[in-house]
Design a protein around this ligand. Structure first.
Ligand code: ZN
Length: 291
C-alpha cells in the first residue's frame, strides 16, 4: 500500500510520516534508504513524501519519494514552511525589539512570510499596543495582540495558522508554550506518541518536529532564542529586508544609499514625517553598523 504524508520528525535514520488514512491520521515509522541511493536527497522534516507501508499493524514503512519542495529553511532546518509566527511579550519581559527585527530580517532573507504575535495584552496600556502596532504593521504580514492568560484574541491565532505549516519562535518567558498548548491539546499527545515509538521520552523535544494540529495544519515549536546572528549579509543590502524601506528607496538621491548619512534620503524623510518607526530605524542603524 502506498500513502502520501508529511515527515514530522527525523531521528537517527528514522522518519516519522503522518498520513491521512481511511481511519484518520496515522504515524508511520519509515526508513529512507532507497531515497539516498536513487535521488541523493536527505529527507527533511516538513517534506511531503510517498511511503510504501511495510507493516500496517506495526505502523512501519519505507519512504519511496520526496515530493517537490516549496522552500527550505536553514534554521530551523525544515521544508515547506508557509509562514513564521514570532511571539513576543509586550511586557514582563520587556520586548527586545532589536531581536525581533533581526528575526524579521532573517525570515525576509529566506523569503518566508512572517506574522508577529504580541502576547500579554492584559498587562499593558492601549498606548503601548498602539505604539507596537505603528512600528510593526508595515513589516509583517499580520500583527496580532493576544493574551494567552486571559484568552483574548487566541482565535485569531488559530485562524492564522489554519491550513498552513508554521514555525513558531520567540524568546523564553513570552508565553510561547501556552500558545502552543492552546493551539492544540493534541500537541502534547502527538509528542507523546512519537516518544513512545522511539522510546526516548522527553528527549524528543530537543529535536525539531512538526506538530500535527488538524488536517493540513502543522506547527513547529522552535526553542527559545536569545540572540540571532545574521549570516552572509552585506550591510548595503540590509535595507532590502525592511519591507517599509523598500518603496522609499527610489526617492533617495544616491544609488546605493545606506539611508544613514546621505543627504536627500527618502527613508530619512519618511522617518522625520513619522511614516516609519523610530524604533525600527534605530535598530536598522545598529544592525548596519554591526554588519
Ligand atoms: Zn536613502
Amino acid at each position: 500500500m502506498e500513502l502520501e504524508g508529511k515527515i514530522v520528525k527525523g531521528i537517527a535514520g528514522f522518519y516519522y510520516v503522518n498520513c491521512l488514512t481511511e481511519t484518520g491520521e496515522k504515524l508511520y515509522e519509515c526508513r529512507a534508504k532507497g531515497i539516498f541511493r536513487k535521488d541523493k536527497i536527505k529527507p527533511l522534516v516538513g517534506d511531503n513524501a510517498l511511503i510504501q507501508v511495510t507493516s500496517e499493524e506495526k505502523g512501519l514503512g519505507n519512504i519511496q519519494k520526496i515530493l517537490p519542495r516549496k522552500n527550505r529553511l536553514i534554521r530551523p532546518e525544515v521544508a515547506n514552511i508557509d509562514q513564521a509566527l514570532i511571539i513576543f511579550a509586550m511586557a514582563e519581559p520587556q520586548p527586545n525589539l532589536n531581536l525581533l527585527d533581526r528575526f524579521l530580517v532573517m525570515m525576509e532573507m529566506q523569503g518566508i512570510d512572517t506574522a508577529i504575535c504580541f502576547n500579554k495584552l492584559d498587562i499593558v496600556t492601549k498606548e503601548e499596543e498602539g505604539r507596537l502596532l505603528a512600528a510593526y504593521e508595515k513589516c509583517a504580514s499580520k500583527v496580532l495582540f493576544v493574551s494567552s492568560r486571559e484568552n483574548i484574541g487566541m482565535d485569531k491565532i488559530c485562524q492564522l495558522l489554519e491550513g498552513r505549516t508554521s514555525v513558531l519562535a520567540g524568546p523564553s518567558g513570552v508565553g510561547k508554550s501556552s500558545i502552543v498548548n492552546y493551539m492544540q491539546p493534541l500537541a502534547a499527545m502527538e509528542t507523546g506518541k512519537i516518544s513512545e515509538k522511539i522510546g526516548r521520552g522527553k528527549n524528543t523535544t530537543r529535536h525539531s518536529q512538526l506538530i500535527y494540529v488538524k488536517e493540513n495544519t502543522y506547527i513547529m515549536d522552535t526553542p527559545g532564542f536569545s540572540s540571532l546572528d545574521i549570516p552572509e549579509l552585506k550591510e548595503n543590502d540590509l535595507w532590502k529586508y525592511y519591507p517599509e524601506f523598500v518603496p522609499l528607496e527610489p526617492s533617495c538621491r544616491f544609488r546605493g544609499c545606506s539611508h544613514i548619512k546621505e543627504p536627500d534620503c527618502g527613508v530619512k524623510r519618511a522617518l522625520e514625517k513619522g511614516q516609519i518607526s523610530k524604533v525600527r530605524y534605530h535598530n536598522y542603524v545598529t544592525l548596519y553598523q554591526e554588519l
